[in-house]
Structure formats: structure tokens, C-alpha cells
Design a protein around this ligand. Structure first.
Ligand code: GCO
Ligand code: MG
Length: 398
């Protein structure tokens, strides 16, 4: 029975985002596990939580006691269900699932109950400065075999040029909520007429609308039959979902910003959303994500785990093992990692015709080239894109 001998964070930035991977070493020579703990905006805080608080708690314990360790790590700090500590717990949790799979000689999806499907369908991102560029980028992705494409224009909140700001407006990442929704309706209309009805389109509001405007936006989008509309409200406004749900059939996805079960439980039990979108490391790893999958399945809610550039390849592998197993899997977000990322994380799957498979190797099926990771340290610049502001210069949720 292997004992945990060391727990450490590996921080690296092969592309735009800081990534946090936890490595759990064991007393069995050559047996170690990897887990994702990526909260890119607070990577250094997660590193401290891992190395200063979890490592002293866990070294010496049995690595095979995943369930006990998850509950001990989650509750040991007394205050719980917050983004930094949940990510730290996730890194350990995913690493322990990786270790157990390596011990059993099985992929994690087998440990969960075996594959439900042949492969997981993926969605990818098309953006552009205008509707034509978005449509062209969407067509290029369809050409690569994807049948699910998220379409945005000018990033979250839409184009910032031409906004009417006061002369004293401070520096920031500006957007105009109502101008954004008008521009997106026109863009989605153009893209739908360009790509046709057989391609699934998705859009991410990214909590950028005032709630009543999000209700109207979702209703206006009904005619375009989106696969889902994501984050129409901020987590603080989830009470608006019942208003929206009673008057609109646009499928809804929510969850990447959630940390606490009290956020997703009412949306699932009320059948107020169609897809849960949690960032798996943000809720504490594979152990809770497995529970959420089963809970959501009872209410007909599907999974669409968060899979942006600020999920590590280890986290993407964990997502895919959950995707392979869950009967109520919906769709998997895929960030199109760079070749450097593939070189740094051997085993990271490549999409084939719009589908992904985590492989049948033991554990999560992914490794990290620590030497290469060390050559790409995390930058310490102050995040700019989350310094969002409304036209009057006031701060807004990013
Ligand atoms: C998505 C997300 C991301 C987030 C990012 C925050 O749907 O993929 O909205 O793009 O903005 O993960 O750091
Ligand atoms: Mg999103």
C-alpha cells in the first residue's frame, strides 16, 4: 500500500495562462500521480495552499484512500468551498486517481465504471473582429471536423471600439452590455446563415449583461437554436434563472465560476439549466465531479466541464475520463493547445474529427516534462483582462 511521500506544485506557463499541476510522490519507486489545480489568476496562492497546508497534512498517509483524503483535505481548514483551497484539493485528488489507475493498470474512466461512449465530442472557439471573420473562422474549424463551435466577436463583452466614455474614464477593459447584445445578435444571425443548421453553435455571455437584458438576449436567440447559451447571469444572480426558464427555450449552461455546492444544486434540482459547466479543479477534483455528474443525471442535466486555456492538460485529461464514463455527458470544451503544450505534457490527446479520447493507458494517461516546464515559468504581471469597466468608468464583473 503506497504511502504519500511528497506533495508539490509545478507552476508553468507554456502559453498565455499560468498552469498549476500537483505531483504526489509515493513510497513505491516510480509511482507518482499528477492533478490539476489551475486557478490561473491566483496560481501562487494555490501553490502556497498546496505546499504550506496540504503537504504537511498528507505526507505519510495511504495514497489509496482517495475518498478519506478528499474529505480530510476539504474540511481540514474548517472554512471550505473557496476557489484557492478547492483547486489545491483538486490537484491532490486528481493525482490520487492517477496513482490508483497506475496501480490497477487501468485508465481512470475504467475506475469510474467504464466508457459509456466511443469518444467525447468537443467544441472549439471561433472569434473575430466582425461577423464575416467569425463566420470564416467557424468554417475553418468545421473543415477540421468539429461540429460544435462557440462563436464570440471581439472577445467577451464584444468590441470596445467607439464606446462613449467620460473624459475622466480610468484605464480598463471596457464593454457596453447592451451594445454587446445587439452586436452578438447580428453576428449569430450571420454565422447561422453561413454555416447552416447542422452545425451546433454556442455562445458565452460571460456574465456581461444586466439580468433583464440577459433574459431578452436569450429570447432573441431562440430562433438560432443554439446548442447552449453560457453564463447568462453572474453567480450572484442565479435567482434570475427561474425568470428566464419560464419564458425561453434556449438551452442554458452555467458553472465555471461555481465553487460551492449551494450554487449548482438549485439550478440542477430546479431543472433551470441544461448543462453544468464547472471548472473541475474549482470544485475540488474528480471526486466531487463524479458526484455532480450522478446528481445532474437524475434531473436530466448534462455535463459540459469547463475546458479553457487555463485548465492544465492534466485537467483536460481528467475532464475526458469523466466525459467517457458519464451517461449524461453533454459536450467538452477544448482550447486547441499549442505544440509546446503537447511537448510539455506527453499523452495530451489530439482531437480527431471533432472528437476526443483520453486513451486507455493507466491512470489519467498524461505526464509532464518537468525540465521543459521549468523553462517556462509563470509570469507575475497583474492581470489586465479582468479589470473590466462599464462605459461610465465603474468596475464590472469580468
Ligand atoms: C470559457 C471561460 C473562460 C474564462 C477563463 C477565465 O467558457 O472557457 O469563460 O474563457 O474566461 O477560464 O480565466
Ligand atoms: Mg465561459
Amino acid at each position: 500500500m503506497p504511502k504519500i511521500t511528497d506533495v508539490r506544485a509545478i507552476l508553468t506557463q507554456p502559453d498565455a495562462c499560468r498552469l498549476v499541476v500537483v505531483r504526489v510522490g509515493t513510497s513505491e519507486p516510480g509511482l507518482y500521480g499528477l492533478g490539476c489545480a489551475t486557478f490561473t489568476q491566483r496560481a501562487f496562492a494555490v501553490q502556497a495552499a498546496i505546499e504550506r497546508h496540504l503537504a504537511p497534512l498528507l505526507v505519510g498517509r495511504d495514497a489509496d484512500r482517495i475518498s478519506e483524503i478528499w474529505h480530510l483535505a476539504m474540511n481540514h481548514g474548517y472554512w471550505r468551498n473557496g476557489p484557492v483551497l478547492n483547486n489545491a484539493v483538486s490537484g491532490v485528488d486528481q493525482a490520487l486517481w492517477d496513482i490508483k489507475g497506475k496501480q490497477a493498470g487501468m485508465p481512470v474512466h475504467q475506475l469510474l465504471g467504464g466508457p459509456f461512449r466511443a469518444a467525447a465530442a468537443a467544441y472549439v472557439h471561433a472569434d473575430g473582429r466582425d461577423s464575416h471573420e467569425v463566420a470564416d473562422n467557424a468554417l475553418a474549424l468545421i473543415e477540421q471536423g468539429f461540429r460544435h463551435v462557440r462563436v464570440q466577436m471581439g472577445g467577451y463583452g464584444g468590441p470596445a471600439d467607439g464606446l462613449h466614455l467620460p473624459p475622466t474614464a480610468p484605464a480598463g477593459n471596457y464593454f457596453d452590455p447592451r451594445g454587446y447584445s445587439r452586436a452578438m445578435l447580428a453576428m449569430i444571425d450571420h454565422v447561422r446563415s453561413t454555416v447552416g443548421d447542422h452545425v451546433e453553435l454556442l455562445h458565452d455571455v460571460h456574465e456581461r449583461l444586466h439580468p433583464i437584458d440577459a433574459v431578452q438576449f436569450a429570447k432573441d436567440l431562440e430562433q438560432y437554436r443554439l446548442f447552449f447559451l453560457e453564463d447568462p447571469f453572474a453567480p450572484e444572480d442565479i435567482g434570475w434563472f427561474s425568470t428566464l426558464r419560464q419564458q425561453c427555450a434556449t438551452p442554458l449552461a452555467m458553472g465555471e465560476l461555481f465553487n460551492n455546492p449551494h450554487e449548482w444544486q438549485p439550478l440542477i434540482t430546479g431543472r433551470l439549466i441544461d448543462f453544468v459547466r464547472m471548472h473541475v479543479s474549482q470544485i475540488g477534483g474528480i471526486t466531487p465531479a463524479r458526484a455532480v455528474s450522478e446528481f445532474a443525471a437524475v434531473f436530466g442535466v448534462r455535463t459540459a466541464w469547463h475546458g479553457p486555456a487555463d485548465t492544465s492538460p492534466v485537467g483536460h485529461a481528467a475532464n475526458l475520463h469523466l466525459d467517457m464514463w458519464a451517461p449524461n455527458f453533454g459536450i467538452q470544451e477544448w482550447p486547441q493547445p499549442s505544440e509546446l503544450t503537447y511537448e510539455m505534457f506527453p499523452g495530451l490527446p489530439r482531437p480527431v474529427d471533432g472528437y476526443l479520447h483520453p486513451g486507455d493507458g493507466p491512470g489519467l494517461g498524461i505526464d509532464i516534462d518537468e525540465k521543459l516546464a521549468a523553462e517556462h515559468p509563470c509570469d507575475e504581471t497583474v492581470e489586465q483582462w479582468t479589470q473590466t469597466r462599464l462605459p461610465d468608468g465603474g468596475p464590472a464583473r469580468p
